[in-house]
Design a protein around this ligand. Structure first.
Ligand SMILES: NC(=O)c1ccc[n+]([C@@H]2O[C@H](COP(=O)([O-])OP(=O)(O)OC[C@H]3O[C@@H](n4cnc5c(N)ncnc54)[C@H](O)[C@@H]3O)[C@@H](O)[C@H]2O)c1
Length: 437
């Protein structure tokens, strides 16, 4: 039997050993999903605290169910290591490491490159390597392939290489790692065949595309689509503010049209590891080809301006209430970038806090999911949300619309609420105390 058929057979019989590099928001749910269907999974996680937690069956990612992690660990189906020594044992190696931006908004591929070098040093014939990290089109073929082939092995003949972008939406209960279709593109037909065989084991529908580059473009386009549409409604919010029109009412009515439109909502800016980051990967690659991605640049500019707008409107509200912004006491409600999540990476709420503090305001925050945080120069602890806290503040700014908070109660006790998410939509009483974005 040739090495491709042998690997496919191992995958289909679930005797293949699966390596997952990077056990974070993407890697840990993926590792658990594979272990649940019977694969033996070895995680490689360079954060020793995280690796030790996995080995004790202790969960640290919200989308993973505690009992599922405990079960696969206790059955010996999932173990974590901090190094790469066990790569030769693995039949499939899935890479889920961060792909951030540098300070100048250019791709920072140091994690992908480092991991690829570690894998290349131990690569053996008959392995499948899959990159799941979001990146610009060309990364798998132009960056990873040469490093892996420096091992002396030839891609698509001796080993297989695919890109299969992760599309998970943290906190989304309806669409999970299992039922979100998976796009797979290989560096050649054999790689694609093996990649499709692997992902079909745990994902309901696999969409094969003709190359790794196409798969990479699919993912960055999806996130660019979101970034551009969010920017569009954010810009509408800025205009509606000038015109004295309630943007939320406009959008809610607009989204009743059953075709040709889909809902996106304005807010204090965009956050998380994807929307503020991924479009810049594409922008950077386009520049290499002397091509300007106007929509991406414009969307980034508008979305990045939103925290500034929140500050400006907060100051307008305070002035109207007769409170100088430099002496105001402000409670920021929610620092997670998205509702019901504990992730505050790139969260616009942090920028809002910085700007208000720069104006001299005394700012505290409450977030039921983020007990404390540190982000560069900013380190804060969540304050208990009490009636006393609410009534002691000049202004409460809702920056994340967590569903566990009773907004009727918040509005009842606050002096005034500036709601940047329309979280108070269903509040009936005291509407005069609410200003919407
Ligand atoms: N979080 C999301 O919602 C999401 C969704 C889709 C795609 N993605 C993409 O998936 C990738 C991973 O994102 P994430 O949110 O899971 O990041 P994360 O920071 O939560 O997890 C990455 C993990 O990799 C580990 N790591 C870093 N360098 C390593 C190394 N050399 N060896 C072993 N482990 C290493 C880190 O310690 C961390 O635990 C990124 O490219 C991201 O853009 C993320």
């Amino acid at each position: 039997m040739d090495i491709k058929s042998e690997l496919i057979q191992k995958i289909q019989s679930r005797t293949a050993i699966v390596g997952v590099v990077g056990l974070g928001y993407v890697g840990l749910p993926f590792a658990v999903e594979k272990a649940k269907v019977g694969f033996k999974v070895i995680g490689i996680e360079n954060n020793p605290i995280r690796a030790a937690k996995v080995n004790r069956g202790e969960n640290y990612i919200q989308d993973v169910r505690d009992e599922e992690l405990r079960e696969v660990v206790s059955k010996g189906l999932l173990v974590a290591d901090t190094g790469f020594d066990r790569v030769p044992e693995m039949d499939v190696i899935v890479i889920c490491v961060p792909t951030p931006l540098t300070k100048n908004l250019t791709p920072d591929l140091q994690y992908v490159e480092k991991v690829t070098r570690e894998v290349a040093a131990r690569l053996r014939p008959g392995q499948l390597v899959s990159l799941e990290s979001t990146t610009y089109p060309g990364t798998t073929e132009e960056v990873m392939l040469p490093i892996l082939e420096s091992s002396g092995l030839k891609a698509d003949r001796d080993f297989f290489l695919v890109h299969s972008p992760e599309r998970v939406d943290p906190g989304n209960k309806r669409y999970t790692t299992r039922n979100i279709c998976k796009v797979v593109g290989g560096v050649g037909p054999n790689s694609l065949e093996v990649g499709v065989a692997f992902y079909s084991q745990t994902v309901e529908r696999v969409i094969p595309v003709s190359s790794a580059k196409v798969a990479e473009m699919v993912k960055v386009f999806e996130n660019t689509f979101r970034a551009v549409n969010i920017a569009l409604v954010n810009e509408l919010a800025l205009l509606c503010d000038r015109m004295g029109i309630n943007v939320w009412e406009v959008l809610e009515a607009a989204f009743t049209k059953p075709f040709g439109i889909m809902p996106f909502w304005p807010g204090p800016g965009v956050g998380g590891h994807c929307i503020p980051v991924d479009p810049h990967y594409l922008e950077w690659k386009a520049k290499e080809l002397n091509f300007n991605t106007h929509f991406i640049a414009l969307a980034g500019e508008i979305n990045r301006r939103m925290p500034e707008f929140v500050r400006e409107k907060a100051n307008r509200i305070l002035n109207r209430l007769g409170i100088p912004p430099s002496r105001a006491k402000i409670l920021v409600l929610g620092v997670a970038y998205k509702r019901d999540l504990n992730d505050y990476r790139e969260s616009p709420a942090l920028e809002v806090i910085r700007l208000l503090r720069a104006d001299g305001a005394e700012v505290v925050y409450h977030d039921p999911y983020v007990p404390s945080f540190r982000d560069g120069d900013l380190a804060m602890e969540s304050q208990p949300l009490t009636a006393e806290l609410l009534s002691s503040q000049d202004l409460v700014i809702i920056t994340t619309d967590h569903t566990t908070i009773d907004y009727e109660w918040v509005v009842a006790h606050a002096k005034h609420v500036f709601d940047t998410r329309n979280a108070t939509k269903n509040v009936q009483e005291n509407r005069n105390k609410i200003t919407l974005l």
